[in-house]
Design a protein around this ligand. Structure first.
Ligand SMILES: *[C@@H]1O[C@H](CO)[C@@H](O)[C@H](O)[C@H]1NC(C)=O
Ligand SMILES: *[C@@H]1O[C@H](CO)[C@@H](O)[C@H](O)[C@H]1NC(C)=O
Ligand SMILES: *[C@@H]1O[C@H](CO)[C@@H](O)[C@H](O)[C@H]1NC(C)=O
Ligand SMILES: *[C@@H]1O[C@H](CO)[C@@H](O)[C@H](O)[C@H]1NC(C)=O
Ligand SMILES: *[C@@H]1O[C@H](CO)[C@@H](O)[C@H](O)[C@H]1NC(C)=O
Ligand SMILES: *[C@@H]1O[C@H](CO)[C@@H](O)[C@H](O)[C@H]1NC(C)=O
Ligand SMILES: *[C@@H]1O[C@H](CO)[C@@H](O)[C@H](O)[C@H]1NC(C)=O
Length: 459
């Protein structure tokens, strides 16, 4: 009887995709970015990838040395047509054919090329003229793939979370109105017709970091908690932020008439370090998140998401290495599972077979936040902001008065940082923010010194 009930439940909840694509086995991948001037050779990198027990890799181009080094391994690889070629390919089939002939044909099938991604997060950057060339370019690449008989290669394009204009609640998931009809609908038509995937780059880290006091850190880290969120539109129960973000895409696709296109997590991850104003980026959180991701996506039977239970979602962790030449904020250069010298930033086993208790203890997580003054700001403005902070709350600035524990060193920067932290810690629940017209920023680095303890917020 129990068996019978379980079977009915499975049958009712599972989307048709479960059945048509049930043959897919869970396999974890890693994104092999090469934006570093100190990275190991492709041959060495492939050995390191195999030591991590990854079964898939994604590269951001079609480096022939990498394609050669995976020959004879069971690694499945996803390669990429660079963004700069899209404009040229979209109205030139010969160029699409040539690209595939040069970059794919010589290595197929000895190298298990399985996914050919056209561009990277095209809809997140300007010029917008490229946006409208994307789907025609994808079709041309697919024509070339067919022409050369590369039957196992699926064609698609990875998009970032900003392709959604609404993602909350998940059932309200909607594509951006500037691309929904002109780009996304034709893309979905293509993906549905060719039985390809909707490739998404999803980072709970960025969602959490933009609202760290509103979103529970553990919910973003996929930790077991008793925090749940029920989507009022569907009644579906969520237990982590990643499922919410994935289902927002599912509902956005359904809204355009494509309820069954499979998701492929083309990137996810958590940084192990960053700039002083980037909170939550540490080894403890990075290891916790990525290990939980492996557990989630390697589970048998697969978990899927609340909207699509029991479906396999192929996934790749970003990234293999910390890449010192990636532009942007500090976190961008700290997503790696490995340092450039090949040693682990923290131990991780992408097969999903290592239980948490078998990993050595992680460094203690810092779960406090302070609000401190930016360096080199205008002194008058800083003085004004400090006076305002001190005028709010109770005894907010007592310790920076003469004779107080935080009076010395008698510097405006230290006093302002104290005042900001003290003000924010007392009043954040009433809506106070750590901003002060850009004179202050949140940090997880404790500014306390000696017997002077700065007030903080627990996350
Ligand atoms: C299309 O691409 C091919 C191969 O690169 C090139 O020889 C040809 O001139 C291009 N055609 C046009 C119209 O740009
Ligand atoms: C493309 O960008 C230009 C300039 O930023 C803007 O004027 C135009 O409306 C945009 N077009 C679309 C379709 O979004
Ligand atoms: C649903 O999405 C729309 C935009 O597509 C947004 O304006 C609205 O606030 C969202 N609803 C909720 C409950 O967040
Ligand atoms: C998507 O593909 C399925 C199966 O190939 C087909 O039955 C369905 O009509 C397609 N949906 C749309 C909206 O084209
Ligand atoms: C569950 O929630 C309660 C408060 O509602 C809290 O005290 C308890 O620690 C939570 N348990 C876990 C495992 O988070
Ligand atoms: C590798 O690099 C990391 C970070 O720079 C360093 O902590 C570690 O000791 C290095 N390991 C070896 C074996 O050199
Ligand atoms: C300040 O103290 C008063 C009286 O003790 C109290 O009612 C009030 O809530 C306090 N305000 C803050 C921001 O702690």
């Amino acid at each position: 009887m129990a068996f019978f009930t379980a079977f009915i439940a499975l049958f009712l909840l599972a989307s048709p995709a479960t059945f048509s694509y049930g043959e897919m086995q869970p396999k974890m991948g890693v994104c092999y970015g090469e934006l570093g001037n100190n990275l190991p050779s492709p041959e060495k990198s492939i050995q390191l990838i195999q030591k991590l027990n990854a079964k898939r890799i994604k590269i951001y181009g079609a480096n022939p040395k990498i394609l050669k080094s995976i020959q004879g391994t069971d690694l499945q690889i996803s390669i990429m047509v660079p963004n700069q070629l899209i404009s040229a390919i979209y109205n030139n089939q010969t160029l699409a054919d040539d690209w595939v002939k040069t970059n794919v044909v010589p290595f197929y099938p000895q190298s298990k090329i399985r996914y050919l991604l056209v561009g990277n997060e095209i809809l997140s950057s300007q010029p917008n003229s490229t946006w409208f060339q994307l789907v025609p370019a994808i079709r041309r690449i697919r024509n070339a793939v067919k022409k050369y008989g590369l039957k196992k290669v699926k064609v698609g394009t990875p998009l970032a979370m900003d392709v959604l204009e609404s993602s909350y609640p998940p059932s309200n998931g909607t594509f951006r109105s500037d691309v929904s009809e002109t780009v996304v609908e034709p893309l979905l038509h293509f993906l549905n017709r060719t039985k390809s995937f909707f490739f998404v780059d999803v980072y709970t880290y960025f969602a959490w970091a933009s609202l760290p006091l509103q979103i529970s850190l553990d919910y973003a880290l996929l930790q077991p908690t008793n925090i749940t969120y029920t989507d009022p539109g569907t009644g579906l129960l969520y237990t982590n932020l990643l499922d919410q973000m994935l289902d927002a895409h599912v509902f956005a696709m359904a809204r355009l008439g494509y309820p069954y296109i499979r998701l492929f997590v083309a990137e996810t991850g958590w940084p192990s370090g960053g700039d002083p104003n980037q909170i939550g980026a540490n080894i403890h959180n990075a290891a916790t998140y990525n290990r939980n991701v492996v557990k989630k996506f390697m589970a048998k039977p697969p978990y899927g998401t609340p909207a699509r239970p029991y479906t396999v979602i192929p996934s790749m962790i970003f990234a293999l290495y910390n890449e010192n030449q990636k532009p942007g904020q500090g976190t961008e250069r700290n997503f790696g599972l490995l340092y450039p010298n090949g040693s682990n930033v923290y131990p991780i086993d992408l097969s999903g077979k290592t239980r948490d208790s078998r990993y050595p203890p992680l460094p203690n997580p810092n779960r406090k936040l302070w609000c401190v003054a930016v360096k080199g700001a205008n002194l008058r403005a800083m003085g004004g902001a400090m006076s305002y902070a001190c005028s709010q709350g109770n005894r907010t600035c007592d310790p920076i008065q003469p004779g107080g524990k935080c009076f010395n060193p008698n510097s405006l920067a230290v006093h302002a940082s104290y005042a900001f932290s003290s003000y924010w810690a007392q009043l954040w629940k009433e809506g106070a923010t750590c901003f002060f017209d850009g004179l202050a920023f949140m940090t997880s680095k404790d500014p306390s010194f000696g017997s002077c303890k700065f007030p903080s917020i627990d996350i």
